[in-house]
Design a protein around this ligand. Structure first.
Ligand SMILES: Cc1cc2nc3c(=O)[nH]c(=O)nc-3n(C[C@H](O)[C@H](O)[C@H](O)COP(=O)(O)OP(=O)(O)OC[C@H]3O[C@@H](n4cnc5c(N)ncnc54)[C@H](O)[C@@H]3O)c2cc1C
Length: 401
């Protein structure tokens, strides 16, 4: 029933404006937004839904020294319904009023007019469905409309509020939603006991330490000024192609003791097969990786520095994972290192398990029998007082100078 106002609600029926009634015991009220009752107290002219009438400078039509912005203001413009009560309207009206107040205080001539610019409209229906009209060009519905709405909300949090609120929004909307009520149908918000990931965390940490064990001392140490990185441009000019040094470095990097025997046929496998040559994830670096790595490690001196610092970082990751310290970061760096080692032609398929394992321990597993139980709340408190937790104001500053 269109254009049918509800004027009364009762236990088993509602009264309609034309005097008729409609029987129902279930009522979902979606009647829209009205201005706060406080607006009536100012004695300024009000329009539809109690909004205060303003001119194009956002001045109340009764007193040019009173500015009204946002939902509570009513600028008729070309319509008798006023501008839509949405965030872009509120922002535009605030900007208009601010500029005009600044001009007036500085004694400058010229008033700025409210200029409506709406890049789109989105309506969410519950947590999974929605519709969006972007720039009057793209008409979306369902998943993509809701995705767009989340992206816009996140942008607002970053622009108008703080990193902390942005993070909380992300958690609340995607990762800590109850009853599957999120865009991903609950697949991203299943909660479990992080205790079960503790063995994986410690195992992964120990594996990094085992990988480094052979690199810290003895003839094979990565701390000696002996080239361990297998990149062709670093090899001495006298050595050609797949040099002895390269092959040596490759085996040292993977921790697999390769005998300098005639090359065996490589075998794809995710487990060791004795007597078979395991297959490299990348035999040869992809071209883009080759270019980047060559730029980053142009000569042997940089290579010596890199191989030492990478080994130190590996040891730190291993120790951190075992101790449950900065676990999320250590997991992320584990993934990054494994990917880099694979792309650099230094890791075999049998090492690939480290990636899903590292992702799995990023679930807060350092908080169970780990130092993160104490360190993470401390960091949250500390960063909360820093820029990360400080709300930003779009116009000027919230904190008095
Ligand atoms: C459910 C819902 C969904 C929405 N979804 C969207 C959307 O997807 N996209 C979009 O663009 N817009 C959306 N809107 C509209 C959008 O939220 C508003 O247009 C926007 O927040 C208006 O900003 P504002 O600053 O004018 O008012 P508000 O954001 O309402 O801020 C007014 C503030 O004043 C405070 N206040 C009230 N009375 C007093 C008083 N006497 N003293 C001190 N403080 C007081 C209130 O507590 C409030 O914090 C939605 C609104 C609702 C209700």
């Amino acid at each position: 029933m269109k254009n049918t106002g509800v004027v009364g609600v009762h236990e088993d029926h509602v009264d309609l404006k034309d005097g008729s009634t409609y029987p129902t015991s279930t009522l979902i009220w979606t009647a829209g937004v009205k201005a706060t009752d406080e607006a009536a107290k100012f004695g300024l002219t009000q329009a539809r839904a109690g909004r205060i009438v303003v001119n194009s400078h956002m001045e109340s039509q009764d007193d040019p020294d009173v500015y009204v912005v946002g939902d509570v203001s009513f600028f008729g413009g070309n319509s008798d319904r006023g501008e839509p009560q949405i965030v872009q309207g509120a922002e535009a009206s605030a900007k208009t009023a601010l500029t005009n107040i600044e001009n007036k205080m500085a004694g400058k001539p010229g008033d700025v007019d409210y200029k409506a610019s709406y890049s789109g409209f989105m309506v969410s229906l519950g947590s999974r469905y929605g519709v969006a009209n972007l720039m009057n060009i793209f008409h979306l519905s369902g998943f993509f409309a809701m995705l767009m709405k989340h992206l816009v909300n996140m942008l607002y949090f970053l622009q108008n509020y703080s990193g902390y609120y942005f993070f909380q929004y992300l958690m609340h909307e995607f990762f800590r939603t109850k009853n599957d009520r999120n865009l991903m149908r609950g697949h991203t918000s299943r909660q479990g006991n992080v205790l079960w990931a503790v063995p994986a965390r410690i195992f992964l940490g120990l594996m990094w330490l085992v990988d480094c064990a052979g690199k810290v001392s003895g003839k094979e140490s990565w701390f000696l000024d002996k080239l361990r990185l297998p990149f062709d441009w670093l090899q001495p000019a006298t050595t050609s192609g797949a040099s002895a040094a390269g092959a040596d470095a490759t085996s040292a990097a993977s921790g697999a003791a390769k005998a300098a025997a005639p090359a065996a046929k490589t075998v794809f496998s995710l487990s060791y097969q004795y007597g078979k040559e395991p297959m490299m994830v990348f035999d040869k670096m992809p071209n883009w990786m080759y270019t980047i790595t060559k730029a980053m490690i142009p000569n042997q001196n940089v290579a010596f520095f890199m191989q030492k610092s990478m080994t130190i970082i590996e040891i730190l990751i291993g120790l951190a994972l075992v101790a449950g310290l900065f676990t999320w970061l250590s997991g992320a760096v584990s993934v990054a290192f494994t990917v880099i080692f694979c792309l650099s032609g230094m890791f075999y398929w049998v090492n690939i398990w480290m990636i899903p394992m590292a992702i799995a321990v990023m679930n807060g597993s350092g908080r169970a029998f780990g130092l993160d139980k104490w360190v993470v709340p401390y960091l949250q408190k500390t960063f909360g007082k820093w820029w990360y937790g400080t709300p930003k104001a779009l116009y000027g500053s919230d904190t008095p100078k």
